[in-house]
Ligand binder design. Structure first.
Ligand code: IMP
Ligand code: MG
Length: 174
């Protein structure tokens, strides 16, 4: 294979599955008798969202946004744009944003403001990994599977230069 980076296992697929079960139980409890719209951020969150939704026991719909991202670098440019907006109407709906990684906080806070303008009844966020070392904007996700002090991670939907998204476990690049 043409893969140059050194990968070290960080979270196994079993650990990921366990965390997702826990979060899904919490969301199921918090939204009893409500219909939720999950809004996944492409591309990174699609694997997480796929597993999360199959563990939820509430009525739900899913939608996706695509935001301009880091490109092929591993650092944020600071500029964000919506390149694919949601298709469903979220006005008056209970909405949960599903994001892969909360890093600087720029992406999530940008999307929260954009979605708030569409007047949902409620808006929460659910992230797979909350990184803490580079947080610029003080923002707390409502549901967090893993907390990570430092490092760049791949697998389970997460990429480095668009690679490694297909790996079932999550690895740290060293
Ligand atoms: P933020 O705007 O700095 O919070 O950036 C969050 C976005 O950066 C995530 O949606 C990821 O796509 C990307 N990102 C941040 N850290 C990593 C990482 O360790 N691996 C893969 N993608 C990452
Ligand atoms: Mg990315």
């Amino acid at each position: 294979m043409m893969e140059d980076e050194n990968l070290v296992l960080l979270y196994s697929k079993e650990e990921i599955a366990q965390k997702i079960t826990d979060i899904a139980n919490q969301i199921t409890k918090d939204y009893q008798n409500k219909e939720v719209i999950l809004v996944g951020i492409l591309k990174g969150a699609f694997v997480f969202l796929a597993d999360l939704m199959r563990n939820l026991r509430i009525p739900l719909k899913i939608d996706f946004v695509r935001l301009s991202s880091y490109g092929s670098k591993s650092k944020s440019s600071g500029e964000i744009m919506i390149t694919k907006d949601i298709d469903l109407s979220i006005e008056g709906k209970d909405v949960v944003i599903v994001e892969d990684i909360l890093d600087s906080g720029l992406t999530l806070s940008f999307l929260i403001e954009k979605l708030k303008a569409k007047k949902p009844k409620s808006l929460r966020s659910c992230v797979l990994i909350n990184k803490t070392e580079r947080q610029e904007i003080k923002i707390e996700a409502d549901y967090v599977a893993f907390r990570l002090e430092e490092g760049f991670v791949v697998g389970y939907g997460l990429d480095f230069d668009e690679r490694y998204r297909h790996l079932p476990d999550i690895y740290k690049i060293i």
